[in-house]
Design a protein around this ligand. Structure first.
Ligand code: ADP
Ligand code: MG
Length: 247
């Protein structure tokens, strides 16, 4: 069953067509990758799903409900959580308080929010730094905090925007493990934007590729990595599919 469906989703900024009639469906329980060169419209698609931006044309359905014109907070309430490419923690608050701020999206009591925060902090390996100021976390921790804040809203679908960017190899494996567990243990569907091929190719069940705002391919990682349009506009000709798939 499809949890999220985009139908001819389109966004223009003045004369620029940032998203050009994109359609795809994410199935419940899937890890679904969205790839494309810088500036191809990936973050804009996330901003349309959450209604940070108003849709120019097309429709968005979540669990069969038309959410195209719903407010950002209603969309969060329905069960879509997201991370931001530019991480923006409340720097002077502790890591724990940042996660609690996310938990209050759904929890109405302090005790309830605290309990959710404890679970999420453990899940994201942030338990031992929970009393640190968020602003003093190194990049790996900040990226995991971004995931933790989104998980604290207890989503059914999570949108991850380049949560592995800037991580060292050890942190990268940790992030891959956490994302896998989000789907396998928490049962949350994952829509992921990521440039790091190791992450996108090993995690995704299916991948949708865009360039200049428009769809160029969709399929399994193996199919998409071999697609001539994807090679031409994104992967480059010196790539080796096997390296990506086995990395
Ligand atoms: P990606 O995430 O794939 O790198 P973006 O979705 O951030 O790409 O951007 C797609 C295009 O839309 C880019 O040309 C970008 O400059 C433009 N864009 C994104 N947000 C805005 C905005 N708020 N105002 C004007 N142009 C924007
Ligand atoms: Mg982006």
């Amino acid at each position: 069953m499809s949890i999220l469906t985009l139908e001819n989703l389109t966004k223009t900024f003045g004369g620029l067509m940032a998203v050009d009639h994109v359609s795809f469906s994410v199935k419940e329980g899937e890890i679904f990758g969205l790839i494309g060169p810088n500036g191809s419209g990936k973050t804009t698609i996330f901003n349309l799903i959450n209604h940070y931006y108003t849709v120019t044309e097309g429709k968005i359905f979540f669990q069969g409900i038309d959410i195209t014109h719903k407010h950002t907070h209603e969309i969060a309430q329905l069960g879509i959580g997201r991370t931001f490419q530019k991480v923006k923690p409340l720097k002077r608050l502790t890591v724990e308080d940042n996660v609690m701020a996310g938990a209050f999206a759904r929890e109405t009591t302090f005790a309830g929010a605290r309990a959710v925060a404890q679970d999420v902090l453990k899940f994201c390996h942030l338990d031992d730094v929970k009393n640190m100021k968020a602003g003093s976390l190194p990049i790996g921790g900040r990226k995991r905090l971004e995931i933790a804040k989104a998980l604290a809203t207890r989503p059914k679908l999570i949108l991850l925007d380049e949560t592995a960017a800037g991580l060292n190899p050890g942190e990268l494996d940790e992030a891959i493990d956490i994302i896998k567990k989000i789907r396998d243990e928490l049962g949350i569907t994952v829509l992921i934007v990521e440039h790091i091929m190791k992450v996108i190719m090993t995690l995704s069940d299916r991948i949708h590729a865009i360039a200049h705002g428009a769809t160029i391919a969709e399929g399994t990682p193996a199919e998409v990595a071999k697609n001539p349009l994807v090679i031409e506009s994104y992967l480059g000709s010196d790539y080796n599919v096997e390296n990506y798939l086995n990395a």
